[in-house]
Write a protein that binds this ligand. Structure first.
Ligand code: ZN
Length: 274
């Protein structure tokens, strides 16, 4: 079953080119299903650029509008252009009808399958992977993935649990937590915060960081965290970065990367986001 391919509309807001390549697909929903947003309304918002946002595709059962060429960058993920961990830079964004009926899943999955035929086996991320947002609500990315791969579609979204790998919330930032943090931030996954300097124990401390190595250059993970939090990117888990992480996680900003901070971090990672 093929969908109608709508190409006559163009988004007002996007950035040309893909200097960082394409390495994922990001799933969005149009908004709260209770507000009954429409396909035409969402397309119109991107065409006029009314909200200074865009997406590559708007999709619902049986039809897909392409608003931004997937070889250009849409303004979809809220994390800016040229940001190292950026969803806008590296991802193709699909806005999906929040009613989530069987036809919506079928069409989105067909679009995903068509994109993978061109760009390779791109993983699916929820918008909240890149940015602190509720989007895409209860959308079941595992179900989209299974249909796109020709596997049994499984249970409807409202019966399914989100397939986020869980780590133990124990307040200790060991290899498993670092690995998960690296996965969520999209940096190389080795389970170690590398390139660090010794804390002075006065302005800051890291008693709960159990997997780290010392040396030059800092950590790519910490650089990605710093980019996300708008800090200078030196890759060091130092006093300003620890305090910014604590503010981001809503815990006391005491400059100590200790058990309370790590428990909040682990809980956040268990939601598939930072
Ligand atoms: Zn979104």
């Amino acid at each position: 079953m093929a969908y109608q391919d709508i190409t006559q509309y163009n988004a007002a807001c996007f950035t040309q080119g893909r200097p960082y390549g394409v390495s994922s697909i990001t799933i969005h929903w149009w908004g709260d299903p209770g507000t009954h947003p429409t396909f035409e309304g969402v397309v119109d918002t991107f065409v006029t650029g009314a909200r200074r946002t865009s997406a590559h595709y708007v999709a619902e059962a049986g039809r897909v509008a392409c608003l931004v060429d997937p070889d250009d960058r849409a303004w979809a993920c809220g994390d800016g252009i040229g940001c190292r961990s950026g969803g806008n830079d590296k991802s193709i964004s699909i806005e999906c009808n929040p009613r989530q009926n069987d036809g919506d899943y079928q069409t989105v999955a067909e679009l995903v399958s068509n994109l993978r035929a061109v760009y390779g086996d791109l993983p699916l991320y929820p918008h909240k992977h890149w940015f602190n947002t509720a989007c895409p609500g209860t959308y079941d990315l595992g179900r989209i993935d299974r249909i796109a791969k020709g596997l049994p579609a499984g249970k409807p979204a409202h019966d399914a649990k989100p397939a986020v790998p869980q780590i133990t919330v124990d307040g200790s930032c060991g290899p498993a937590t670092v690995r998960r943090w690296q996965q969520v931030m999209g940096t190389p996954v080795d389970g170690v915060v590398s390139g660090q300097v010794m804390p002075d124990g006065k302005s800051y401390a890291r008693p709960a960081l159990k997997s780290c190595s010392y040396g030059k250059g800092g950590s790519l993970l910490i650089k990605a965290v710093q980019a996300r939090l708008g800090l200078a990117r030196d890759g060091l888990l130092g006093p300003a970065t620890i305090r910014a992480i604590q503010a981001h996680l809503g815990v006391a900003q005491d400059g100590s990367f200790g058990p309370a901070t790590v428990r909040a971090l682990q809980a956040r990672l268990n939601q598939g986001t930072f």
